[in-house]
Design a protein around this ligand. Structure first.
Ligand code: LLP
Length: 421
C-alpha cells in the first residue's frame, strides 16, 4: 500500500531477501554435492539492471549476458569480466569486441560465429576464451517457445558437428582457446530429469574430443531452466535439489568416463529472481457482461507482463490494500489495445475498482520483456530490503518516450514543441 502511494502503479517490487535465499540455496546444493569447482552464473535475461548486477556480485554469482545492452550493464556496474559469459545465437562484431576487451568468455553458437570471434581476437591481439554450445536433443516438458535443446533448435551446434568445430577452434589458436562445452535445453520445467540427462551427453562429447586430441576443455556449462511455481498446480523443484543433483551427476558422469572434473557452471535465471517479484497494479473500471464474465481492468498489462499473451502463462493475484475474501471469479485484464491482454482469467478475487492488486511471481521475464506498447512508459522497479524500498529502475514517462523521436524538416509544424534534430 505504502509502496504504491510512494512510487505509483504499476510497480515492480523485487524482494532482495528472496533473491539472496535462492542464490544461496543454489550454491548450497553445489556445496552439498561436494563438487570441487563450480560457479553459479545468474542468467541476466531474466531481470537485469545496474543494481541487479551489483547484487549478483555481492551474492557471489557470475553472470550470463546475451546482448550488447546486458554486457554494457554488467561492465558499467563494475562486474569482473572473468565472471561474465556472453551467449546468443547471432553475436555482432560489436558485442564480441566489447566482450574481448573485458575478458568476457564467449559461448560460440555456430561455425561462422567461431570465425568472427577468431577474427576479432586476432585484430585486437587477444585470445578469445570460448565454449561451444551444443544441442543435445533433449526436450524438457515446457512451452514450445522456450525449449532450446531439441534437434531442430535455432541454438547451438548439432552433436555430430561438435568434433569438427572443436578441431577448427583448435586450429584457430592462439586467437581462440576452446575451454569448454555448454548446453541449455529450455526453461520453466519442474522435472530435473532432462537437466541431468544432458550431462551424460556432454560427458560423451568430452570423451570424443579427447579421442581427437582435444584436451583443453576445463569448463562444463549445463545452462539454467529450472521452473518456479506460478500457481498452486505448479510443483516446483527447489533450486537446492536441482543444483545438488547436477553436482552429483557431473561427478558421477565424468568419473565413470575417467575424465578430470571440469569447472561446473550452472545458469539459473528465473529460479533466482522469479518469486522475488510482485507487480502492484491499481484496479480501474469493471464490466459485467450479460454472459456472466466480469472484467476488471488494471493500469498495466501485457506491456509490463507479456508472458500470459506470449506463453499463456498463469499467475495468481490478491487484493493488497484491504482484507478480502476469495470472491467470485473475475477476469483481470490489462489496459492495452489487444483482446489477448488478459493477465489472469477466471480468478477468484474480491476486487473492486480502486483496489490495489498484487500479481505474484513477476520477478523474471517481466521487466526484461516489457515494451512501450501503446506508447506507454515502463513502470518503476523498487528493491525492498529490511523494510526499506529503493528505486532501482525509474518509471518512464511520456517525455522519456519522446527522447528518441525526430521530426524531419518537411514535417515540422510551428507549434510542435519537440523538434530536436
Ligand atoms: N542459459 C541460457 C543459455 C538461456 O538461454 C536461458 C534462458 C537461461 C540460461 C536461463 O533460463 P531460466 O533459468 O531463466 O529458465 N522468456 C521466457 C523464458 C526464455 C528463456 C530464455 N533462455 C519466459 O518468460 O518464460
Amino acid at each position: 500500500m505504502v509502496l504504491a502511494e510512494q512510487f505509483g502503479t504499476p510497480l515492480w517490487v523485487m524482494d532482495e531477501a528472496t533473491i539472496a535465499q535462492a542464490a544461496n540455496a543454489c550454491k548450497a546444493g553445489l556445496v552439498q554435492s561436494q563438487y570441487p569447482d563450480w560457479q553459479v552464473l545468474y542468467a541476466g535475461k531474466a531481470f537485469l539492471c545496474l543494481a541487479m548486477c551489483r547484487l549478483t556480485e555481492q551474492l557471489g554469482l557470475g553472470l550470463d549476458v546475451v546482448s550488447y545492452g546486458e554486457l554494457h550493464t554488467a561492465i558499467e556496474a563494475g562486474l569482473a569480466g572473468e565472471s561474465v559469459y556472453l551467449h546468443g545465437n547471432n553475436k555482432s562484431k560489436e558485442e564480441i569486441e566489447r566482450a574481448l576487451k573485458h575478458n568476457v568468455k564467449i559461448v560460440v553458437d555456430c561455425e561462422s560465429e567461431l570465425h568472427l570471434v577468431a577474427q576479432c581476437a586476432q585484430s585486437s591481439g587477444t585470445t578469445a576464451q570460448i565454449l561451444l554450445r551444443v544441442t543435445p536433443g533433449v526436450e524438457p516438458d515446457t512451452h514450445h517457445y522456450i525449449k532450446t535443446g531439441q534437434h531442430d533448435s535455432k541454438f547451438g551446434l548439432a552433436l555430430d558437428e561438435t568434433t569438427r568445430i572443436a578441431k577448427l577452434a583448435k586450429d584457430l589458436a592462439p586467437a581462440v582457446a576452446l575451454i569448454g562445452l555448454h548446453a541449455h535445453i529450455g526453461s520453466q520445467s519442474h522435472d530435473i530429469g532432462p537437466y541431468l540427462e544432458i550431462i551424460d551427453i556432454l560427458a560423451d562429447c568430452f570423451v570424443d574430443l579427447r579421442a581427437q586430441g582435444i584436451t583443453s576443455l576445463t569448463h562444463l556449462d549445463v545452462g539454467g531452466g529450472l521452473g518456479i511455481a506460478y500457481t498452486e498446480s505448479d510443483k516446483a523443484t527447489p533450486i537446492y535439489e536441482w543444483s545438488l543433483a547436477i553436482g552429483k551427476k557431473v561427478s558421477e558422469s565424468f568419473t565413470e568416463r575417467k575424465l578430470p572434473l571440469p569447472k561446473l557452471l550452472v545458469e539459473p535465471g528465473r529460479a533466482i529472481v522469479g518469486t522475488a517479484g510482485v507487480t502492484l497494479y491499481r484496479a480501474g473500471h469493471s464490466k459485467q457482461l450479460p454472459g456472466g464474465v466480469t472484467y476488471l481492468a488494471v493500469d498495466g498489462g501485457m506491456a509490463d507482463n507479456p508472458r500470459p499473451v506470449t506463453y499463456q502463462a498463469k499467475y495468481t493475484a490478491c487484493v493488497a490494500n484491504r482484507q478480502s475474501t476469495q470472491g467470485k471469479k473475475i477476469t483481470l485484464v490489462g489496459k492495452y489495445c489487444e483482446s489477448g491482454d488478459v493477465l489472469i482469467r477466471d480468478v477468484a478475487l474480491d476486487a473492486q475498482p480502486g483496489d490495489l492488486i498484487a500479481v505474484f511471481g513477476t520477478g523474471a521475464y517481466n521487466y526484461s520483456m516489457s515494451s512501450n506498447y501503446n506508447r506507454t512508459g515502463r513502470p518503476a522497479c523498487v528493491l525492498v530490503k529490511d523494510g526499506l524500498a529503493n528505486i532501482i529502475i525509474e518509471r518512464e514517462n511520456a517525455d522519456h518516450l519522446l527522447r528518441q523521436d525526430r521530426i524531419p524538416d518537411y514535417l515540422r509544424a510551428k507549434n510542435a514543441r519537440n523538434c530536436a534534430v
